[in-house]
Unconditional design. Structure first.
Length: 672
């Protein structure tokens, strides 16, 4: 308090509100939820003295909606909790308000004095005044009822040790509906929630290069060829098909096969070298087709239950129209040339970064927003953003908020392979999902430590991981050396550890594992620089395995959220065990994976039975959804043996609970 209130103002509030949760960086950033989620809010609320308090959780949809109120329950030790359900896309606001509860304080005092056998006639008169004031704030029948109660309290004959009549719980509850909030204290900040659609929390991605979709070798594929491949991808239960940039590719400094500095006349170049004389970020490569073809692609995808995600790579080839039309948007070197992209020792002369801090930054930012809006108008609702950590953070906060204000259904995935602070900052700024370091976490300890971090409530409130075992840029050593079992292991881990996961589709489906050279994570004959033709009926194909895995994800709600991930102890470091459950334990999935791609591994798993809603004396049957096997278990310790050449994992559904048994075992920690 910096000043005393004026004489005509009420005194300062006695109530203190602090430690409101969830709250990101002092309210600087909103938390994330999806439509239909319950937002649970807790706060420490207290005051001087021994008076009773009342607390309300206030929330509203949008910035102009009327506040709605929820009574907060006392948890003990000055902690209070309330909740509300999100019913619309877009922003929500919430805060907490508390005040001295006159009725509750009076009721408590009367009960104590009555129990001690004391005379409470004066207390009845005090209560009459309190109830009379409440009647003045009420209307209609409620006001009439309260005034009648106040009158009755004034005329009541009260014997020592007796409660003054009439005194019922219904009357007390009615009076508490009209509190004196003149000196109420409201938390100093309004906190935010961004509500996305369900796809932001649960999605399954398949990345494909349209130029490699031609059914016959030697031909540049088209968007319509890509359209023809959609039924095969939909049959595997992928619901997002992600396309690398589909724009014209620059010819100046074009790279050849395997990233060679000099391209031959037939080399097609990298799709990320965007722009040529045919156009830039709002044009389609002529060999891929037309805007009408793209609209046909998105329409057919929607018919099959698939969304098309488009790559958003804000960079330019040297012959992009922006270079000649807006040279001020690029960084120039002292010799007058434009600075090309570098990540020493790598050099990318075929790509010019945009300068987000140039003198004309406002015009640049507006143009890039125009690019996003253009593709939204063509039917795109999901963008995978290339290297957002190399662009201005303030730009992403502005453009995502601006776009989602008008189109709250749009989802942005950050390809943020960067330091944790940057990755998390991008998530806070508005990205709906984030790439992670999952690709480089392969041992039991690495996976356990990393996913405990990602699913910590503080992180989970703003960051949604999207797990990718491979990308066109990353072929990890684990996949290079482990053969088909390695691909199966990583698929199971990605699909069950994360509610969102994706694969660089054809390469993963066909277990492509040859690196450009020893120690490299680049593919040999990388699709980034050439057109590929593949035989999807090859014996090595994982089509059936991925189809089965994705289907069981769709059928089990426990795997569609990251909130309840729990790890269970194993005595063999090659075995990792974890579980997920849906609210109320209606669906519980336990996964055990052999991380060794060569040898059979076995050991004892010690289950945390509370995370599975089982009793220690209980015998129950578990169903392996991956292999259609059933096992009868009892207690917390079970023996597991997994041979990689047969199956790398068990994905086990626990028997469901129903009715009172389920309610008795649910402890409340599963609230979304």
């Amino acid at each position: 308090m910096t000043r005393l209130p004026a004489a005509h103002e009420p005194p300062p509030p006695r109530v203190v509100i602090e430690r409101v949760e969830p709250e990101i960086d002092g309210g600087r950033f909103p938390i994330k939820r999806v439509i239909g989620d319950v937002v649970v809010v807790a706060a420490s609320v207290f005051a001087d003295g021994h008076d009773e308090l009342s607390c309300r959780l206030l929330y509203r949809s949008g910035s102009d909606g009327a506040w709605q109120e929820v009574v907060m329950a006392a948890l003990g030790n000055d902690r209070w909790q309330g909740e509300f359900r999100t019913a619309a896309l877009g922003p929500y606001r919430y805060t907490v308000e508390g005040w001295i509860d006159e009725i509750g304080t009076w009721r408590k005092a009367i009960a104590a004095r009555t129990a001690a056998g004391r005379d409470v006639r004066v207390d009845a008169l005090i209560g009459a005044d309190i109830v009379e004031r409440a009647a003045g704030r009420a209307t209609g029948d409620d006001a009439i009822t309260l005034r009648a109660w106040a009158q009755a309290l004034r005329g009541a004959k009260v014997a020592a040790g007796r409660t003054p009549p009439p005194f019922t719980e219904d009357l007390v509850a009615l009076a508490r509906r009209y509190p004196d909030r003149t000196c109420a204290c409201r938390y100093e900040r309004e906190l935010g929630v961004v509500v996305d659609r369900e796809t932001a929390r649960f999605s399954t991605w398949y990345e494909v290069f349209p130029r490699s979709c031609a059914p016959e070798p030697g031909r540049h594929g088209t968007l319509l060829d890509c359209l023809a491949s959609l039924p095969r991808i939909a049959a595997m239960d992928f619901d997002v098909v992600y396309l690398p940039p589909i724009h014209p590719i620059g010819r100046m400094f074009r790279k050849g096969k395997n990233g060679a500095a000099d391209a031959g006349p037939d080399d097609v170049g990298s799709p990320w070298a965007i722009g040529a004389r045919e156009g830039g970020h709002m044009a389609i490569h002529p060999q891929l087709g037309t805007i009408d073809d793209f609209r046909r692609l998105t329409a057919e995808a929607a018919r099959l239950g698939i969304e098309i995600a488009l790559d958003l790579a804000f960079q330019c080839a040297p012959d992009h129209p922006y270079v000649t039309e807006h040279p001020e948007w690029f960084r120039h070197r002292p010799d007058g040339t434009i600075q090309h992209a570098e990540n020493p020792p790598k050099s990318y002369p075929d790509i010019y970064p945009l300068d987000f801090e140039c003198a004309a930054w406002r015009q640049l930012w507006a143009e890039l927003r125009r690019v996003i809006v253009f593709w939204i108008d063509q039917g795109v609702r999901i963008f995978r953003v290339d290297n957002p950590h190399t662009k201005a953070l303030a730009f992403w906060e502005w453009v995502i908020e601006d776009v989602k204000a008008k189109r709250p259904e749009v989802i942005f995935l950050a390809e943020a392979f960067t330091r944790p602070s940057l990755l998390y900052r991008l998530a806070k700024l508005g990205f709906s999902q984030s790439y992670t370091y999952f690709t480089w976490r392969n041992s039991k300890q690495e996976l356990t430590d990393y996913f405990r971090e990602l699913t910590d409530p503080t992180i989970r409130n703003f960051c949604r991981p999207n797990l990718w075992p491979n990308t066109p840029d990353i072929l990890h050593e684990y996949l290079q050396r482990g053969g088909s079992p390695a691909f199966r292991v990583r698929a199971v881990l990605a699909a069950t550890l994360g509610a969102n996961y994706g694969v660089y589709g054809p390469a993963f489906e066909l277990c492509e594992h040859v690196a450009r050279e020893p120690g490299s994570e680049e593919y040999l004959n990388s699709e980034k620089y050439e057109i590929k033709h593949r035989d999807f009926n090859a014996p090595v194909s994982l089509r059936g395995f991925l189809s089965h895995l994705n289907r069981l994800r769709r059928e089990n709600p426990a795997l569609q959220s990251d909130a309840t991930l729990r790890f269970h102890e194993t005595d063999n470091p090659s075995l990792i065990c974890y579980s997920k459950s849906s609210p109320g334990f209606a669906n519980v999935i336990l996964t055990v994976v052999n991380l060794d791609t060569v040898y059979r591994q076995s050991g004892w798993v010690t289950l945390d039975l509370s995370a599975l809603a089982r009793r220690s004396d209980e015998t129950y049957e578990v169903h392996d959804l991956l292999n259609d096997q059933r096992f009868v278990w009892q207690g917390a310790r079970v023996f597991i043996a997994l041979a990689p050449e047969v199956t790398p994992a068990h994905v086990l559904r626990m028997p469901s609970l129903a009715g009172p048994d389920r309610d008795a075992r649910a402890d409340g920690r599963l609230t979304p």
